[in-house]
Design a protein around this ligand. Sequence first.
Ligand code: ADP
Ligand code: LRH
Length: 493
Amino acid sequence: FLLPSILAYDLGASSGRALLGRLNNRTIEVEEVHRFGNDPVVVGDRMHWDILRLYHDIKQGLLKAKHAGETISSLAIDSWAVDFGLVGRGGELLGNPYHYRDRHTDGVMERTMERLTASRIFGRSGIQFLPFNTIYQLAALKEADSPLLEQAKHFLMIPDLLRYFLTGEMHNEFSNATTTQFYNPVLGGWDAELLADIGISPSLFGNVVQPGTRVGQLRASLTEELGIDAIPVFAVAEHDTGSAVAAVPALERDFAYLSCGTWSLMGTEVDQPVMGELAQTLNFTNEGGVGGTFRLLKNIMGLWILNESHRTWEKAGLSYSFPELVALAEKAPAFRSLIDPDDPMFLHAGDMPSRIANYCERTGQQAPQSPGEFVRCILESLALKYRYVLELTERLSGKSFSGLHMVGGGIQNALLCQWSANAIGKPVWAGPVEGSALGNLAVQWIAQGELSDIWEARKVIRESFPVTVYEPRDGAQWEDAYGRFRALTGLSK
Ligand code: ADP
Ligand code: LRH
């Protein structure tokens, strides 16, 4: 390729990828140069991310781009939110970052809320209550009198840390910083009062940089090791959901999105955080985005439940591909068993089929028996939960949506897209699959003056990638199922 390429690393909870992107006459061309697993490692009772392996795979991506003969003008990394590494005197990483699903935070959110009150925490951060938010992870380390905190000099979130490994420079990026639940979007900085409340020193936290800021270049030891040139490194919306929403190919300003991967993140984009009592009661979040935007959204447990079921069956010697599981679900009986995917019993890693069976028994429903029946239960329940959260989003934002944009790896599950359209009674516009990586590329192009803003980026993405339209069907059956779902799960308005 004669055009310069840029490189986007997108690290999801289940896999990571390196995409090379080129802007050719306002058309985006992408090439996946490297894809890799992201397998957490359990040691004793603790679950960690394999951070050095991820860094190794980032280097592999650079080598593969070099072998493809590419000239790379910049790179950036986005990843899942909330997790972090602590760096000590002399600049070394202290310990392996914890996985947000580790149980060391069990009970910590409840204790912290009791002490500080929900309205103080939400009023200062605008972030939904999730037990694994960074604030509760740090409070857990504090409660456990962790030696890590005694030694820590710097707090870096996962992409901050990987960027630091690449460049030797430390910066805290804005979109990810907001997910900690101790960034104050009204004051525009780390909330020193909340940090004091949990006994954490504000000196660990650096200046917050906005997406689109140049934050260094590959360090000399790395360029020597790999035999490559020093590439400039940018901060983008380093929270993967922030990058995914930046890439939603919407033409209208008031659009609803669902970023569909391990998690399902559903909501709308707003100019100002929505921090009133209703947002707190409905447990919505206001995560920082690109160009001064915020994501008013709610986390839905998502395909995690399917992925963990898949892992459980694999351990038992039953090996199915995702398309095989989806085909089995399609043949299973409709609406026989429904769950609330957001029941806390599904949060931690483990045997999801057994937990689903327990849930069904507890709620007087027939438990699924075969993999197809389990997958049908998961996908129907997710689609019904999407309807519920879409209705809440409309109520909270005062907007009304004519359909739903879905992006992310989960849209390869066409059955889920169709059922989502059926459940909401509106069209689903599915695409692109690599939403986060494209949002990452787009912000780099905006920073380099190749695109003017996210609205131009969305237009170019729309013109460069296909969008599959799913029209709603079977309205009466889904309406009926929604009533049952609401009653069973106890979800009221
Ligand atoms: P994350 O970024 O959270 O790691 P992705 O956006 O990459 O997740 O989405 C991965 C998920 O998409 C998988 O866990 C799986 O549930 C779903 N998926 C991937 N490929 C397919 C496929 N061919 N058919 C159906 N579902 C798929
Ligand atoms: C999705 C995601 C989500 C967070 C969760 C921890 O990958 O970033 O937005 O809530 O991971």
